[in-house]
Design a protein around this ligand. Sequence first.
Ligand SMILES: C[S@@+](CC[C@H](N)C(=O)[O-])C[C@H]1O[C@@H](n2cnc3c(N)ncnc32)[C@H](O)[C@@H]1O
Ligand SMILES: [Zn+2]
Length: 482
Amino acid sequence: MQKRKLIEVALPLEAINRESAREKSIRHGHPSTLHLWWARRPLAAARAVLFAQLVDDPSSRPDEFPTEELQRKERARLHNLIERLVVWENIRDEKLLAEAHAEILKSTDGNPPAILDPFAGGGTIPLEAQRLGLKAHASDLNPVAVLINKALIEIPPKFRDQPPVFPGLADSQIRQWKGTEGLAADVRAYGAWMRDEAEKRIGHLYPKATLSDGTKATVIAWIWARTVTCPNPACGIEMPLVRTWWLGKKKGKEAYVVPSVVSAPAHPSRQRVKFEIGHDKAGAPTAVADGTVSKTGARCVACETATDLKYVRAEGRARRIGSQLMAVVAEGNRQRIYLEPTDKHRVAAAADRPTDLPDSALPEEALGFRVQAYGMTKWVDLFTNRQLVALTTFSELVSDVRERIIADAGTASYADAIATYLGMAISRTLNKSTSICSWDSSPKMEAVRGLFARQVIPMAWDFAEANVLGSSSGTLQRTSSG
Ligand SMILES: C[S@@+](CC[C@H](N)C(=O)[O-])C[C@H]1O[C@@H](n2cnc3c(N)ncnc32)[C@H](O)[C@@H]1O
Ligand SMILES: [Zn+2]
């Protein structure tokens, strides 16, 4: 008779559901923070399911549990183990994991099967299999998922209990390096080295902001508006294309962009749009009259001429969409400070485009990709010149850091491991470093929104260019230390 497994009879669903839901709000140390992947399944559920499909239901062991009462008691004991096993805070409880592993061995004659997940995605199932002491195999159609699995499951055990190799780090703390502590310390140390090196190479592109009292503050992001020439020949200004004027919606600290039309200093007959920052609630943009672009068309802030998006698309395909700096967001004391653009910031943004860029094309058509219609046909078109400089510099730095680690550690495989994690850090930085990233003005955020907040590449009219050398979200410092 086929033995019934625990999963076929009963599971403590309430605890599994509760912990699976709770896990979503856990950021620190959660595999989802290693790299973005879609449709991740909860770790707690995978852990519980793996356990319960390997462990026998007590009714399958009549010799040990001859009566229903005894079976019920044993089932309750196993459920209690699952209830402890699914709690996030217990994932490093080695005693508990050993207890679970022993149960699995008991039900599999000491020879548990290996777990194979051919659709491993973010690696939930093989990771949890490994945690339960099982041999795990993973693969996926997508190479990004494969790399995530390697970084999560394959690499860490290779360097278990090793001290870090970054010069001085191991000696600075006389202690044992347990588990992945050494590896993690190296990722942080070499990540910090990379960040500092990037500062030396391209720091001049990220000037500080000058506040009204003359002090300097680190910039968090620069907010841009795309522009096209107003089709009204009597006007002809560079009209800003803006979805929203809002910068910050925190109660009492509202901030928004206020456009006005002024004469260009050098050519009094030519007009241009000037941007200031408004705080007064009375003048704030309203839901019905916010920005200049809607789903159907755009409106000129100078002459009120309405144009349809067909015109904007044609201008885009003719490479005539420009951009104008609208605001600078600086780091204040636990709040954002919104400043008018200055020449210093305009000049810093006007970086030369790197020459050795990858040339690959965006798919001609793909679900949710809207940018091609506006003339963005290559991946590089999704970035500003300054972003391209930063990403090129970071990519070079991964190679440089790899060479450095080979020199420090003497092994290429360890250098590859660290370079893999730092490559992922850059990839995460990149998610917040495209010209499709918008500014999230909601009170709790006031931050650059990651491109893949949704699984689409839409057109962004106003966009936020993050300061990748700063210290808030979307910076190399954050992504390589998490
Ligand atoms: C829902 S996700 C898996 C999520 C994973 N269990 C986790 O928790 O992160 C499904 C995965 O199947 C992969 N996939 C889709 N078709 C595939 C195929 N034909 N062969 C291998 N993998 C495939 C996708 O790339 C995706 O990563
Ligand atoms: Zn106009």
